[in-house]
Design a binder for this molecule. Structure first.
Ligand code: SF4
Ligand code: SF4
Length: 327
């Protein structure tokens, strides 16, 4: 699953670079089409688009795919907790790869002590709060709509690419630091800094799906706790409520006693511990199928209803992209 989405991201990235290069070339005779998927990397624009949509009822036509992906990630969080992070997000996949490198080099990933871990974990909520307050409280609906129409927002994806192509020493240093921290500490970015993950984690708390442990059959081997990439004490919980749970199912896969640990709906009312796990269990296979089906059905629906491709005509790109230095 992760490799599939990482490959799709890579393909979109290559296509997007070709698109920008073709529009930046004044001699170009053939213009490469823009891959809409690049808008998945514009979460702030998506948040503003959400505000504008809620206030005006007008679905963003500048970066509609960005808003669709944002809504999709939130729906997936409500259904399957933060599984977007562990199954789809290419940054999460990269983060896991870097952590594996760390384990190869040092034999393990470093776990910060609690007195440091807690304040660091709160950073992503602080960042999320900043965006929520600024966009949903301080910005009015008309301003949100107006922001979506300005040239900067129209080519914010091109600006982002330009930023990475012309990295300053400061930008490069921050990226190198994040890479090194991700090698040493598992999921450093996701655990401590990603506001998108913070929002999905909070929504995931309301998901009916929870990792549930059958205390009657549990042998307290603690393999689940060791396997959890988010350092949750699964072996001590009846039900994992934490917003940090990314629904990765590593704990479930590591449990040696079949039927003792499952990702399952929390609305089971059966008093029998052995029968309650029979209701709507999400195995890794079912989870993968569910995420793929939700994802591609939503994408197909967005395409069919005209909520996927931007309304920006090629003529605008021909004017704006050669002037990228001015943004
Ligand atoms: S290992 Fe289990 S508890 Fe930990 S994040 Fe994954 S699904 Fe959640
Ligand atoms: S891995 Fe399974 S048996 Fe071992 S502590 Fe966790 S839930 Fe209990």
């Amino acid at each position: 699953m992760q490799l599939l989405f990482a490959a799709m991201t890579l393909y979109i990235g290559v296509q997007f670079i070709r698109f920008v290069n073709s529009y930046a070339d004044p001699q170009a005779a053939v213009w490469v089409p823009r891959p809409a998927g690049v808008e998945a990397f514009l979460p702030i624009s998506a948040l503003v688009a959400l505000k504008s949509w809620l206030v005006s009822g007008i679905f963003d036509t500048i970066h509609p795919e960005g808003l669709v992906i944002f809504l999709l990630a939130m729906v997936i969080s409500l259904v399957l907790k933060r599984s977007f992070c562990s199954w789809i997000c290419p940054i999460g996949t990269l983060s896991e790869g870097l952590a594996m490198v760390g384990r190869k080099l040092f034999g393990k990933n470093y776990i910060f002590p609690r007195w440091l871990d807690y304040p660091l974990r709160s950073l992503k909520y602080v960042l999320l709060s900043f965006f929520i307050v600024f966009i949903f409280i301080l910005m009015d609906g008309a301003s949100a709509y107006a922001f979506l129409q300005i040239p900067y927002n129209m080519i914010s994806d091109v600006v982002m690419l330009d930023f990475f192509k012309n990295l300053t020493i400061v930008g490069m240093s921050i990226i190198v630091l994040l890479v090194l921290l991700s090698v040493v500490s598992q999921n450093f970015w996701c655990r401590y800094l990603c506001p998108y993950g913070a929002l999905m984690g909070l929504i995931g708390v309301f998901s009916p799906m929870k990792v549930r442990r059958n205390a009657n059959t549990c042998i307290s081997c603690e393999r689940c706790t060791v396997a959890c990439p988010n350092q949750l004490k699964v072996s001590e919980a009846q039900r994992v409520w934490s917003p940090e749970c990314s629904g990765c199912l590593n704990c479930v896969k590591s449990c040696p006693v079949q039927g003792t640990l499952e990702l399952t709906t929390s609305s089971i009312s059966s008093p029998s511990p052995s029968s309650r796990f029979k209701f709507l269990i999400i195995t890794p296979q079912r989870g993968a199928i569910a995420v793929v089906v939700i994802w591609f059905v939503a994408v197909a629906a967005a395409k069919l209803t005209g909520h996927w491709d931007t309304s920006i005509p090629p003529e605008i790109y021909k004017v704006l992209i050669p002037r990228i230095d001015q943004f």
